[in-house]
Design a protein around this ligand. Structure first.
Ligand SMILES: Cc1cc2nc3c(=O)[nH]c(=O)nc-3n(C[C@H](O)[C@H](O)[C@H](O)COP(=O)(O)O)c2cc1C
Length: 190
C-alpha cells in the first residue's frame, strides 16, 4: 500500500492527513484568515458559476445569538427536553461557527441537488483551508440542520437549506494522525 504522506507536497499532505477536531478553543481565525477561508469556499466546484451558497458566521456574542436561535428552534421543533436544554450551549463549543447555507439559484440546467452539493463542498473547502492555517474544525449537522424550525429562526428563504455547521477554532490538543485505510477496498471498475 502507498505511504500515507508520499510526497513533500504540502497540499497533498493536507488532503491525506485532514482530521476533524471536536475539542476547539480560542483563538479562532481572525478576519484576514477568515477571508482566506471564505476564498477557499468560493473555489468549490460550481456548475454554471451560480454561487448557490451563503454563509452565516457567529463569534463572540453571535455564538449566544446562534444558541438562542437553536433553542427557539428546538422548542418549536418539539425536540426532546434534553436537546432543548442543551441547544443554547451548542455553538459555544467553538469560537467560530459558520452556518453554510445552500441557496439555489434559478437554472434550467443545474438541478437543485447539484447546487446543494456545491454548497456542501464549500464546507470541506473551508475546513481544509482552516487546517492549512493551523486551525481545527468539524462539520456538524445533527437535529439543528434537519429541523425546519432552525431554518426559520435563522432567516432562511423557503428554498434554502443548511448543509452544515462548520465549527472552527484551535485544537485543544494535537490530533493523532488518521488511521491508515486501504483505498482499494472502496474501488471497483465498471
Ligand atoms: C454532512 C455531515 C454531517 C456531520 N455531522 C456531524 C455531527 O453532527 N456531529 C459529529 O460529531 N460529526 C458529524 N460529522 C462527522 C464529522 O464532521 C467528522 O467527519 C467525523 O467526526 C470523522 O472525523 P474525521 O473527519 O477526522 O475523519 C458530519 C459529517 C458530515 C459530512
Amino acid at each position: 500500500m502507498a505511504e500515507l504522506s508520499p510526497a513533500d507536497d504540502p497540499a497533498l499532505t493536507l488532503l491525506l492527513t485532514r482530521r476533524s477536531c471536536h475539542a476547539l478553543v480560542a483563538p479562532a481565525p481572525d478576519d484576514a484568515e477568515l477571508e482566506l477561508i471564505l476564498r477557499a469556499a468560493l473555489r468549490a466546484p460550481d456548475f454554471q458559476h451560480l454561487r448557490p451558497f451563503r454563509f452565516l458566521a457567529a463569534r463572540d456574542e453571535g455564538l449566544q445569538r446562534l444558541g438562542a436561535a437553536l433553542h427557539r428552534a428546538a422548542v418549536r421543533g418539539e425536540r426532546p427536553q434534553a436537546e432543548i436544554e442543551r441547544a443554547p450551549r451548542m455553538p459555544l463549543r467553538a469560537p467560530l461557527v459558520i452556518v453554510v447555507i445552500a441557496s439555489p439559484q434559478p437554472s434550467d440546467i443545474v438541478p437543485v441537488f447539484d447546487q446543494e452539493l456545491c454548497a456542501a463542498s464549500c464546507v470541506l473547502m473551508m475546513q481544509l483551508a482552516a487546517c492549512a492555517l493551523g486551525y481545527g474544525g468539524v462539520w456538524r449537522s445533527g437535529w439543528p440542520m434537519h429541523t425546519p424550525a432552525t431554518a426559520r429562526e435563522l432567516g432562511l428563504a423557503a428554498d434554502e437549506r443548511i448543509v452544515g455547521f462548520l465549527y472552527l477554532g484551535t485544537p485543544r490538543q494535537p490530533l493523532p494522525p488518521p488511521a491508515a485505510e486501504d483505498p482499494a477496498a472502496f474501488l471497483s471498475w465498471i
